[in-house]
Design a protein around this ligand. Structure first.
Ligand SMILES: CC(C)(COP(=O)(O)OP(=O)(O)OC[C@H]1O[C@@H](n2cnc3c(N)ncnc32)[C@H](O)[C@@H]1OP(=O)(O)O)[C@@H](O)C(=O)NCCC(=O)NCCS
Length: 162
């Protein structure tokens, strides 16, 4: 059964609750905090940042940030790049991560996207198995920070699940 989630805009009303989301300390090397994500978004308008808080009912459980339809250039992959994805430590393993990707993929398809790129820091406990299970595969590239680049095709015929 898939988790029921909502993607919600971040406003002054919910900002503190979303910033309070934390991954497990051992996972902090794989993903930047929500606070850092807001700073990165503000400092990198050319990356076309788009982000949403993720709610289950009234409870914030996660955060997702993409580069949305940017013009690719050296150091900026896209047009669509999954930049941050996190599910709070106490909420992981319940299908939220997959449900977030399902929602994002639906929005991307509606926007005409044909692929979603992302990258991950390799190492023990990395999100690689999560992304692979969802259908991402390596492009063969490694980015300037040593992250492994992954691709999810979005054309309807590319995946059995869509
Ligand atoms: C990666 C992350 C978003 C996954 O979210 P989640 O809600 O725990 O994942 P789900 O419960 O939706 O899991 C979906 C599937 O992936 C599997 N999975 C999730 N994390 C996994 C891991 N670390 N290793 C192996 N399998 C994993 C689940 O077992 C499940 O498998 P199933 O299809 O057989 O049921 C979450 O663990 C997280 O926030 N991690 C820390 C931050 C991070 O690394 N973010 C990504 C880098 S930007």
């Amino acid at each position: 059964m898939s988790a029921q989630i909502r993607l919600v805009e971040v406003t002054d009303a919910n900002r503190d609750a979303v910033v309070a989301l934390r991954v497990d300390p051992a996972q902090e090397r794989f993903v930047a905090s929500v606070e850092k994500s807001f700073l990165d978004a503000a400092e990198n308008p050319s990356a076309h940042p788009w982000f949403r808080a993720v709610y289950d009912g009234d409870v914030p459980v996660g955060f997702v940030m993409l580069s949305w339809n940017l013009v690719p250039e050296p150091g900026l992959r896209g047009p669509y790049f999954l930049w941050r994805l996190l599910v709070g430590a106490g909420f992981q393993g319940r299908g939220y991560g997959r449900a977030i990707l399902d929602e994002v993929v639906a929005l991307l398809r509606a926007d005409g996207a044909v692929e979603l790129l992302t990258s991950y820091v390799p190492g023990d406990g990395s999100p690689e198995p999560f992304y692979r299970r969802y259908g991402f595969t390596p492009t063969g590239e490694t980015d300037e920070d040593g992250e492994i680049v992954l691709r999810l095709p979005l054309a309807r015929d590319d995946r059995g699940q869509g």
